[in-house]
Ligand binder design. Sequence first.
Ligand SMILES: Cc1cc2nc3c(=O)[nH]c(=O)nc-3n(C[C@H](O)[C@H](O)[C@H](O)COP(=O)(O)OP(=O)(O)OC[C@H]3O[C@@H](n4cnc5c(N)ncnc54)[C@H](O)[C@@H]3O)c2cc1C
Length: 379
Amino acid sequence: MKFEASRAKALDQLNTFVENNLSQYSKLRNFDFGPENRKNISGLSPYITHGVINEKEVIEKSLSKFSFSKNEKFIQEVLWRTYWKGWLELRPTVWADYLIELDKIRKEFKNNKNYFNAIEGKTSKECFNYWVSELKENNYLHNHARMWFASIWIFTLELPWQLGAEFFMQHLYDGDPASNTLGWRWVAGIQTQGKNYLASEWNIKKFTNNRFDNIKLNENAPPKIPEKTYSIMKKNFSNKNINDRNLLIFENNLSFETTDFKNNKFKKIYIISNKNKNRSIKLSEKVIKFKSLLIDDQKQRLKDNFIDCEVFDISEIKNIREEIIALYPTVGENLDYLNSNNLKLDFLFRKLDQYSWQYCNKGFFNFKNYIPKIITTFN
Ligand SMILES: Cc1cc2nc3c(=O)[nH]c(=O)nc-3n(C[C@H](O)[C@H](O)[C@H](O)COP(=O)(O)OP(=O)(O)OC[C@H]3O[C@@H](n4cnc5c(N)ncnc54)[C@H](O)[C@@H]3O)c2cc1C
């Protein structure tokens, strides 16, 4: 699967998937047939993560082809992302604590041979080594491979989940603080407490079409024990005066023309780029390049619509003299930068997030009950 960095490519991929492959999605989605054969899944996450296309558009397109009941599985998956986002927004300290733990563990593992063998794909597990090179080469892994990978990392190689989550963030084109951190916590058994995900030989063989041999794993490990529980923080979405201000867009909203605020009048739009200098987790060159091409693509589309815009590095925000307002960057490195530099901005929140996040206080099974309500409100 090739990920070209443009909205045109994302829309094309969405259309092709919905027209040709959506009908088989719930039956085939769990199969990882290998990087050359990804038609059973949408491959849209690198675009949705960056807001190049959004969940609403994806769901609308799927509903134009099939009814909600025929489409339910796909819609649920699309809204997992919204759920994970909301879950983390209500407990932002989970992310802050993750970065603190990561910093400590990095030091402890700076000479650890097992860790280096793992990230260089030199372990005794053929499938794991394969996924390491697939991740570095294609910057994407199938969802099932992510689950197996994380499980082998934690329970067979016995490495800390925090380092595995960092490794994913460094190389995934869709790297996202919520889906990634909470995905790893879920596999470890600290997200749904007491329930870990254990990869098994038969499951890997079946869902990879027997592409790998000699898969001897620890299939009986107990879940990791959470060190802390997190209480919910209230989210404040108060309305702001929008018009005639400068708008900041971060890397999670790179399609201004589809946002809830597309009809508002802004003086100028600043698209904020965040290179490695201001990140706790240093991304691979390919990921930085992918982000920068998506930013250029957004800039070009704004210019084509005669909207005054400029790309600014995150460190230059303090130099913008006139009043600014920003599309909310969500919990992650960009928000961390604003907070640690005492840049107190007014934020605009997506209506879908404002509405959905109220249902993220409990587990996904509870959230799922509200999906029909979310769909009728937004589609
Ligand atoms: C350990 C681990 C780490 C992960 N890290 C990330 C990450 O950094 N960024 C990321 O976007 N996803 C992450 N995921 C979730 C999931 O693996 C990817 O979103 C999915 O594989 C993307 O492929 P796709 O677009 O073909 O998905 P499809 O199956 O076509 O699903 C359609 C869309 O639904 C959403 N989605 C599907 N499954 C999930 C899920 N489990 N959680 C959240 N959203 C989902 C995505 O937006 C996806 O594009 C992670 C999962 C695990 C187990």
